[in-house]
Design a binder for this molecule. Structure first.
Ligand SMILES: CC(C)(COP(=O)(O)OP(=O)(O)OC[C@H]1O[C@@H](n2cnc3c(N)ncnc32)[C@H](O)[C@@H]1OP(=O)(O)O)[C@@H](O)C(=O)NCCC(=O)NCCS
Length: 213
């Protein structure tokens, strides 16, 4: 009789960011970063994804100041964070490390508790990143570079969505997804591995006429 392999145990998740440092991308200044985020959102200052991201960048930028100067900025950040939640339906805490050119398409119902979100990631409405089990506060996902996430997707637990992957609409992802994968369904399964030519980064700047994806 062949012996059953021992179950693979995943290492416990590392601690989460305490939110005591500025986690904005280091290779670009604050104003240039905001300009880039605006370009990523079709140069449309009324895009709610841009507002959410701008407030997130501000929340991090203020952490570069000493406590006394930071205090009024923190008050403003707390207000803006809630205002974005109320008006845009997007919850993106500043403690989530976000790379460059994140594009949040459409309105609302985005709850984005992740360890990090990489460069050139696309998110759509009703995307959830968070814990798989109530009170398992360390168990939140990592989204690598150039991941394209369909509307209604839920990515749950201490898992990693590998770079250059596509997550189908309404998928529930509860296991690691290897890089260059297309994963769909509940629970999400990889249905195809993408060829490198299919996964080249999309243009950072989206022409206004195409802001509909
Ligand atoms: C996954 C997706 C990217 C398609 O990828 P693709 O490689 O072209 O995949 P295909 O269309 O060839 O589908 C592969 C299989 O997955 C299934 N599939 C595709 N999308 C699916 C989804 N979201 N959920 C469940 N199954 C899905 C297909 O039916 C097909 O199954 P089959 O082989 O049994 O027929 C696309 O269907 C999707 O979900 N995009 C999200 C975009 C979005 O959110 N748009 C909203 C804009 S507002």
């Amino acid at each position: 009789m062949t012996e059953k392999p021992p179950p693979t145990t995943k290492a416990p998740p590392p601690p989460l960011s305490r939110g005591d440092t500025n986690q904005n991308p280091k290779d670009i200044g604050f104003l240039a970063l905001l300009r880039e985020d605006l370009r990523t959102h079709g140069n449309n200052p009324f895009e709610q994804g841009f507002w959410a991201l701008a407030v997130h960048r501000f929340g991090n930028w203020r952490m570069g100041f000493p406590k006394l100067i930071r205090a009024p900025l923190t008050l403003l950040y707390r207000f803006l964070e809630k205002w974005v939640e109320w008006t845009c339906g997007i919850h993106l805490p500043y403690t989530v490390k976000v790379g460059r050119r994140l594009h949040i398409w459409h309105f609302g119902c985005l709850i984005l508790h992740a360890r990090s979100i990489g460069d050139d990631v696309h998110l759509r409405h009703a995307t959830t990143f968070g814990v798989a089990r109530t009170f398992d506060n360390l168990g939140i996902p990592t989204i690598e570079d150039r991941v394209d996430i369909g509307c209604g997707a839920a990515i749950l637990g201490n898992i990693t969505v590998g770079h250059d992957s596509v997550i189908g609409a309404n998928a529930v992802v509860v296991h690691d997804i290897p890089p260059h994968s297309i994963a769909v369904g509940i629970p999400a399964k990889v249905v195809r591995t993408l060829k490198p030519a299919e996964t080249s980064a999309p243009p950072a700047t989206v022409p206004e006429s195409t802001v509909s994806s």
